[in-house]
Structures are given as C-alpha cells and as structure tokens.
Ligand binder design. Sequence first.
Ligand SMILES: Nc1ncnc2c1ncn2[C@@H]1O[C@H](COP(=O)(O)OP(=O)(O)OP(=O)(O)O)[C@@H](O)[C@H]1O
Ligand SMILES: [Mg+2]
Length: 255
Amino acid sequence: MAEPMLEAREIVKSFGRVHALRGANFTVFPGEVVALVGDNGAGKSTLVKTLAGVHPPDAGEILFEGRPVHIASPVAARRLGIETVYQDLALAAELDPAANLYLGREIMRGGVLGRLGFLDKAEMRRRGDQQFKELGVAIQDTSASVATMSGGQRQGVAVSRAVTWASKVVFMDEPTAALGVVQTRNVLDLIRRVRDRGLAVVLISHNMPEVLEVADRIEVLRLGERVARFERGDVTMEQIVGAMTGAIKHEEEAA
Ligand SMILES: Nc1ncnc2c1ncn2[C@@H]1O[C@H](COP(=O)(O)OP(=O)(O)OP(=O)(O)O)[C@@H](O)[C@H]1O
Ligand SMILES: [Mg+2]
C-alpha cells in the first residue's frame, strides 16, 4: 500500500481537565476519502485541529508524507497543502464571499513584485463567482458580507475556499450539516473530484448514509481514541454505530 499522506500517532490533547484525545491514531492516504466518525465529544474536531495547526498536541507524533512534522500554526498547515473547513466555519463575517475565498492570498494588480499594487477585487469576484457556481452555492448578491448570508451559503463559501487551495489534504468538519439536498449532492461530488485529483480528503459527518456513500475507508473515534477502522464495502451501518457506542472494537494493535 502507498505511504500515508498524513498520520497521527498517539495524539494526546487535554483542555484543563477534559481529556479530548487520549492517544488517538489516525491515517489518511493520498487519493482516498476517509470518514472520521464518532459520537458528540469523541474528539473529532480536536483531532482535526491538532492536524491543522490550531491546537498543539500535548503528546504524540504527526507524520506528513512519511516525515515527522511539527505543524505550529494554521499557516504552517496551509504551507504543507492542508486546508480545513472548520465546524464553526471560521470565515471573516464582514467580508464578501470572494474576499473570504482569497483571504490571505489576495490577487494583486499592478505594482512591482507584488509591492505597491492594489487588490484586484474584480478578478477575485469573477473567479469566486465561477467557483461558487461550480459548487452550486446560490449567492444572490456576491458583494454582500458573509455576515448577511444563510448558514448553508456560508458553508458553501468555506468548502469552496478549502478545495480551491488544498494541494495535499482537505479536512471537512461536517461540511454538509447546514446544506440542502442539492448543495449536499454538490459537495459530495466535489469531494470525489478532489479525491480523484489525488488529494487526501477527511470527512467528518454524523450522516451515516452520506458516509457509506462517499468514504473509501472509515475510522471511528470514541472517547478520544481510534477504536475501529473499516474498508468501504465490508462494513454495515450497524457495525459503524456499534464501534461508535463501544459495542464493537475493530482495531489492530498499534504499531
Ligand atoms: N477549546 C476547547 N476548550 C475546552 N474544551 C474543549 C475545547 N475543544 C473541545 N473541547 C472538549 O473536548 C472534547 C472533544 O470535543 P470535540 O469538539 O473534539 O468533539 P467532536 O467529536 O468534534 O464532537 P461533535 O460531534 O459534537 O462535533 C469535548 O468534551 C469538548 O468539550
Ligand atoms: Mg466536532
């Protein structure tokens, strides 16, 4: 089998007395969609945040393309090609959708070597509109700030931003939670397209039919530890739920 794109080994993370991760393992390979599932509070978002440079782990090791890495900040994660759609979205509410898409990577016009130029808002808006259209994100007034948009529209903007910039790994923490039927379809199609480009896609979702539809593999977290791994095809919804609730343990011994 190919080398993992990203691997977490025995990650520990506590918030005061809350032990969010108690030696969690996680693996994702290039060109696959892995669903990271588990009950509320299992540690899914925390694990993603440690791998995206938001929370430094208290202990454990992260390997990126086989090399141990220290991902010190979200900017460091982005430099590695890792993009994240956070559960709480993390958009700049006062900016319009296109400005959010290009936040920190603004297109400049004029100037020399990127200096003394000014923001090319028209170009960002044009490319942004194209991206949102492709995703089926319906935004009536693209110059309005994100603060005025619906939950589903914001989710669409966050997903667009992540897939626009990711080159290695995309984490999507419940990307379809606020979406309608059509937009959910579009996001699932987009996840497959991103996977087919060779990226590693990590999908967090409580929607089991969606997980079974799109995931190539499933990793289950429970109480801050990985308790099961399944391949698509030889797993039933009952087995996944069993692992989430502690009825089934389906995990080989850690290396
Ligand atoms: N910033 C934080 N400060 C304090 N506690 C936190 C913080 N983030 C997470 N926790 C705690 O860590 C535990 C794991 O939370 P986490 O958000 O990772 O769960 P989750 O699996 O994503 O759950 P959900 O399915 O509800 O999103 C919870 O008990 C939560 O209260
Ligand atoms: Mg969460």
